[in-house]
Design a protein around this ligand. Structure first.
Ligand code: ARG
Length: 463
């Protein structure tokens, strides 16, 4: 609980007994929100500038407060500030220290504001920076992926649907799918800025204030876009926290899908990639093991991101307007999710920079499971003007024949394919070539080598 100069809480005249020590301990958020000290001091400085400009406080008081705030900022930076567990939160801790430093005049700082608007201003300012940080991490990750793609344009692998071999694709095309996902993640954080840029400062506790404040001034100085428009909504609103947690959850989901896929591919059964020693761990009993722990860590932590989002949704569910203590937990959830997504993106990059592509195995696997069957069906439509369904039927029969004979499609002979449809000739056999298959997928967004090269150029422009 925050205490004034006489070491009593500011509300001690009204609330005569000390809070239960148990509640004082759990109700304090200082250990979490001390992370907001920069934003708190910055926003408070702008607030007092505005109070002075509007002649609500004198120049002398303003200067004293600004001096005190700067001193506190330096103390915290130099780790000379004691975060007292007895101060309820960062806002009260800084105010308390200001009293120690400049005396009674510190009391002017809280004119025309409440912690209710103060806390959201700080939090939004923090979240704007945090979102920019995440965007940077995403960009570096995208660059790592592009590098891998550039080296693997001609690496052919099977694509999978239902985890069954589907059609041959370039490994570059596959890995670039993650660039698309990460680009969408980036966009989500960018969209969120629209609501983050609405300035809550000045709505005070819930009703606004009777002082003639200038919210446009603080908006401009704090680099927000507009002042918020309804004081009740402003102190109640935590949609921006949900947006942030959701955006992190989706990004985490993408990381988790990547992790799962790489775990599978690194398995002895698939053997499509090999993780280098830097990103595996051993077993305490089985000397031969190299386990993909890093990827499992990423997959596991995604659950935490969802959990944080779900906690916030649940906190808000059924909460009447406006501020309630329940909301205090919003920061812990956002900080945890932020720290986690940053480290997860970094670990994802470690993995991306430390694996070997088993090109031979990729080709071998792409050759099994009749992955070029669709190419033949498409060819029959084009060459023999069959309706697609008829071509599909002919091709199915050819696949059945290959299966019966225990052959790959590419091992079939002209008489064999003619036995299914007499119109077919040796040029049909060319369709079973994996490279031709990949090359032919020229439709926009398809896996052809030419498309991939163009896409890589495009992606490079945006990171
Ligand atoms: N530490 C509080 C929080 O983060 C600050 C808001 C306090 N407001 C109040 N009315 N008690 O939510």
């Amino acid at each position: 609980m925050s205490k004034n100069k006489n070491n009593k809480p500011v509300w001690s005249t009204r609330i005569k007994k000390n809070s239960s020590s148990l509640f004082a301990k759990v109700g304090s958020s200082i250990n979490i929100d001390k992370r907001l000290y920069k934003q708190d001091i910055y926003a408070s400085s702008v607030h007092v500038e505005m109070l002075f400009k509007k002649k609500i406080i004198s120049l002398q008081v303003k200067n004293k407060i600004i001096w005190g705030l700067k001193k506190i900022f330096n103390e915290i930076n130099k780790k000379k500030f004691t975060f007292n567990n007895q101060s309820e939160d960062i806002h009260m801790s800084i105010e308390k220290r200001l009293f120690d430093l400049i005396g009674e005049d510190a009391g002017f700082i809280h004119t025309a504001r409440s912690r209710n608007d103060q806390v959201i201003v700080d939090f939004k300012l923090w979240m704007i920076d945090a979102s920019n940080d995440i965007i940077k991490e995403i960009d570096i990750t995208i660059k790592s992926i592009i590098k891998i793609a550039e080296k693997n344009i001609y690496t052919i692998m099977p694509s999978f649907t239902h985890l069954k071999n589907a059609q041959p694709i370039s490994f570059a095309h596959y890995i670039l799918a993650y660039v698309e996902m990460l680009n969408r993640d980036k966009k989500r954080f960018l969209y969120n800025k629209e609501s983050l840029l609405q300035n809550p400062l000045g709505v005070a506790a819930i009703a606004g204030t009777s002082f003639d404040i200038d919210r446009e001034f603080t908006t401009k100085k704090l680099k927000f876009k507009n002042p918020t428009r309804n004081s009740v909504d402003t102190v109640s609103d935590r949609d921006f926290v949900l947006d942030f947690l959701y955006s992190i959850s989706v990004c985490s989901n993408h990381i988790s899908r990547f992790a799962e896929e790489f775990i599978l591919w690194n398995s002895d059964a698939f053997d499509l990639i090999k993780l280098k020693d830097k990103v595996v761990t051993g077993s305490s009993i089985m000397p031969q093991k190299k386990n993909p722990d890093t990827l499992e860590y990423l997959r596991g932590k995604t659950g935490h991101a969802y959990g944080n989002l779900f906690s916030m949704l649940t906190i808000l569910k059924g909460l009447p307007l406006s501020y309630f203590k329940d909301l205090q937990d919003d920061k812990e959830l956002a900080f945890k999710s932020f720290d986690q997504i940053k480290i997860s993106l970094q670990i994802m990059r470690e993995v991306l920079n430390n694996f070997i592509v088993n090109k031979k195995k990729m080709i071998q696997l792409a050759e099994t499971g009749y992955t070029t069957a669709t190419d033949l069906a498409d060819y029959i439509v084009r060459e023999h003007k069959y309706p697609f369904r008829k071509a599909y039927l002919v091709t199915s029969k050819i696949v059945n024949l290959a299966e019966q004979k225990g052959k790959k499609l590419s091992e079939l002979t002209v008489p064999e394919i003619k036995s299914i449809d007499k119109n077919l000739n040796e040029s049909a056999l060319k369709l079973f070539n994996l490279e031709n298959s990949v090359k032919s997928k020229k439709s926009y967004g398809g896996t052809s080598f030419e498309n991939i090269k163009k896409m890589i150029k495009k992606y490079k422009k945006h990171v």
